[in-house]
Design a protein around this ligand. Structure first.
Ligand code: PMP
Length: 395
């Protein structure tokens, strides 16, 4: 097989599955009207698949901060954090994140993907073990591969399976990094953190929690699952992203371990890429303040999430196990998922489609993400569209 034949096979598989003329995974967004509305083709659509949980992408404070930084510091740093790319803003944001979590220190990265790559590959290496939940995000899998450590998966949110695998490791559990997520990106469910912390203590392992989808969403001040459960002391490293609740792009890792800072010298994904732009850092600093004080936004987000989740449940859709701003409709076949996704688009609603192997257990997902910026009427409208499409999907 020639080098490029693999890609021809991808094209053929796409052609067999996806409708002619609709670029399901690359629809161009024509114009953005707000955090919840945009133009696709010639129609106005409701955004119901972004990760804009607090709706901060157009917050005046963030726009103003970004504009000012753009004017005063330029469009990009053109350098890595290690070489001319660490400005005052990068350092200030690291301090602000550390203070937000009451932790010793923080490292800021260019994306959330990179935060996981850098943290995991910096912490674990050949001879160590990474023990990860089966539903982990691709950035966790990729970070594990880059680390060279032995990768072991445990069944999604299954404490008995985690216990069994730690027990089997014997002495090696002490050089094991367990990795879980606050809210899982596929089904919107939370990790059973209290039980996981107990196990990691019992086996003297190290625990990394990715709060990408739970930052700003869970906890009184929005720290995430660590705050909701009061378990921050039990988690060794927290990673997360600026690209969801904070409405920007970038990532972070916070910890009370003084060794965190040494990752700057060993993590290739930190060293060999350009640092976040000044405007990105400035808008993220403004967004972090809003997120911290945003109790009202979190209440609105959860009100919207519960409203849509219970409507879809009443309609008999198979959903993730608990109400969450990520509401995944689980379908048996890719054809059903495509029909629902396309039907929603025809109703002017843009959601996410996940087909195997991207979705777990060979299922297909149509995934909605709710925002605090959505109105109750928009949730009603989405519920109505799901109601109308039910008959055609499950005939
Ligand atoms: N972790 C998780 C759990 C995610 O879902 C994502 C993004 N979907 C990331 C990390 C990567 O974040 P980013 O898109 O900011 O690179």
């Amino acid at each position: 097989m020639g080098l490029l034949d693999k890609l021809d096979a991808v094209a053929a598989a796409r052609k067999a599955l996806l409708p002619e003329g609709v670029d399901v995974f690359g629809i161009p967004i024509g114009q953005i009207y707000s955090a919840t509305e945009a133009k696709i083709g010639d129609r106005r659509i409701l955004f119901l698949g972004t990760n804009n949980y607090l709706g901060l992408t157009f917050a005046p404070e963030c726009l103003r901060a970004a504009h000012e930084a753009l004017e005063s510091e330029g469009t990009g740093t053109t350098g890595s954090r290690m070489a001319s790319g660490s400005y005052g803003g990068h350092r200030a944001l690291e301090r602000e994140f550390a203070d937000f979590y009451n932790c010793l220190s923080c490292i800021v990265f260019t994306t959330g993907y990179q935060a996981n790559l850098a943290t995991i590959s910096g912490l674990a290496g050949a001879g160590d073990v990474v023990l990860i939940d089966g539903d982990s995000h691709a950035s966790i899998y990729d970070g594990c591969r880059l680390s060279g450590a032995e990768i072991i998966r445990f069944r999604h949110n299954d404490i008995t399976d985690l216990d069994k695998r730690l027990r089997r490791l014997g002495e090696r559990s002490r050089s094991t990094l367990i990795i879980v997520e606050g809210i899982y990106s596929m089904l919107g469910d939370r990790a059973p953190l209290a039980d996981i912390v107990k196990l990691k203590d019992a086996y003297q392992s190290t625990l990394l929690l990715d709060e990408a989808h739970s930052l700003g969403v869970l906890g009184r001040t929005g720290q995430g699952l660590v705050e909701e459960t009061g378990l921050i002391g039990g988690v060794d490293f927290i990673t997360g992203t600026f690209s969801k609740s904070l409405g920007g792009i970038g990532g972070y890792c916070v910890s009370n371990h003084p060794q965190l800072d040494q990752l700057r010298y060993v993590s290739r994904p930190y060293i060999f890429t350009a640092s976040p732009s000044p405007a990105t850092i400035a808008s993220t600093r403004a967004a972090l303040k809003l997120l911290h004080d945003g109790t009202g936004l979190r209440e609105q987000l959860w009100k919207n999430a519960r409203q849509l989740y219970s409507r879809l449940q009443e309609l008999g859709y198979q959903l993730g196990p608990e109400p969450s701003p990520i509401i995944a409709t689980i379908l048996d076949t890719p054809q059903q998922a495509l029909a629902l996704w396309n039907g929603l688009l025809e109703h002017g609603i843009y959601v996410n489609l996940m087909l195997p192997p991207a979705a777990p257990d060979g299922k297909s997902l149509v995934r909605c993400s709710v925002s605090a910026a959505h109105t109750s009427d928009q949730m009603d409208y989405a519920g109505q569209a799901f109601a109308e499409l039910r008959g055609t999907i499950f005939q």
